[in-house]
Design a binder for this molecule. Structure first.
Ligand SMILES: Cc1cc2nc3c(=O)[nH]c(=O)nc-3n(C[C@H](O)[C@H](O)[C@H](O)COP(=O)(O)OP(=O)(O)OC[C@H]3O[C@@H](n4cnc5c(N)ncnc54)[C@H](O)[C@@H]3O)c2cc1C
Ligand code: FES
Length: 256
């Protein structure tokens, strides 16, 4: 885990209302794994006090980027950053998708993203083994909110039917898998809690392994405050911490 004052390289709008902030840190870039996150102190005043967690979206040489939409004070400050400003970053944090990526027990990666749940996947796609077949499914409210950067070909679902499948991304995946068969599939997913719950149930019904990156409110981000528990299913411990033991979990092991 590294704490660094990293210079901002750029802030750009990559889809309607969705921004990518890149900062330079050789240390974070070289240690990062897909699915890990960084905890960002958005400015050096006391407000907002808490760091904000963001998935690592991409790593290119020394440049690390995150994506976000403006929902509160923290992201409002982040979007106003200019090249050369400094952000205080702790990371990379959490386990990432490495447990799910490394295993030889799958041949097809089914990547499923809802909204800004796309955030960890460009980095994952850049690192996933060339021996795997990869299919990506993404859902958004409307076409211009789809993040396409770094994703290659995607099967798209939009709530308003403005592009691709009209409906949600879980229905799209189910529909697709009812017509196509893939060898040893494994689901990698991130998005709203309701979507992850549906995917978890679907995967269990179909006997597909499913790894989800969970989101929850966090304070310390490093396992100290006990503020981010998730209940396990038949685990040795009743609760595990999303920031430390996650954010990626096999969905049959925790109540998503
Ligand atoms: C491991 C992890 C990775 C994340 N990765 C990303 C990412 O890549 N991109 C991204 O945009 N966001 C991501 N988030 C969520 C992100 O941390 C919050 O959106 C961010 O803290 C908002 O900060 P803010 O100050 O703008 O809003 P706040 O003022 O903190 O919150 C505004 C409103 O949003 C709600 N809220 C805040 N965080 C969450 C959350 N995690 N889930 C649901 N509601 C929330 C608050 O309750 C409040 O109502 C991630 C969260 C976690 C735990
Ligand atoms: S956020 Fe503090 S323990 Fe997870």
């Amino acid at each position: 885990m590294i704490q660094t004052h990293a210079p901002v390289h750029s802030v750009e709008e990559i889809a309607s209302g969705i921004f990518r902030l890149s900062f330079r840190s050789r240390e974070v870039a070289s240690a990062a794994l897909p699915g890990q996150f960084v905890n960002v102190k958005v400015n050096d005043s006391l407000f907002p006090l808490l760091r904000r967690p963001f998935s690592i979206f991409s790593v290119e040489s020394e440049a690390v980027s995150i994506v976000f939409n403006v929902i509160g004070e923290g992201t409002r400050i982040l979007v106003s950053k200019k090249p050369g400003d400094v952000v205080d970053v702790i990371g990379p944090l959490g386990n990432g998708f490495s447990v799910a990526m490394d295993s030889k027990n799958y041949k097809t990666a089914l990547i499923v993203a809802g909204g800004l749940g796309i955030a960890p996947f460009p980095f994952l796609l850049s690192q996933i083994g060339k021996d795997k077949k990869v299919l990506s499914f993404t859902g958004a409210r409307t076409s211009n909110q789809i993040v396409r950067l770094g994703m290659g070909h995607m099967h798209i679902a939009t709530d308003d039917g403005s592009e691709g499948f009209a409906g949600n991304v879980v229905d799209l995946l189910e529909e697709h898998l009812s017509h196509h068969h893939y060898e040893l599939p494994r689901i990698f997913c991130c998005g709203p809690a309701r979507m992850l719950k549906r995917l978890s149930d679907f995967a269990q019904k179909k006997g597909i392994e499913c790894y989800a990156s969970l989101e929850c409110a966090m304070a310390c981000g490093v396992g100290l405050c006990q503020g981010c528990p998730v209940e396990t299913i038949n685990g040795k411990k009743k609760y595990v911490l999303v920031c430390k033991e996650g954010p990626v979990f096999e969905t049959s092991t925790v109540f998503v």
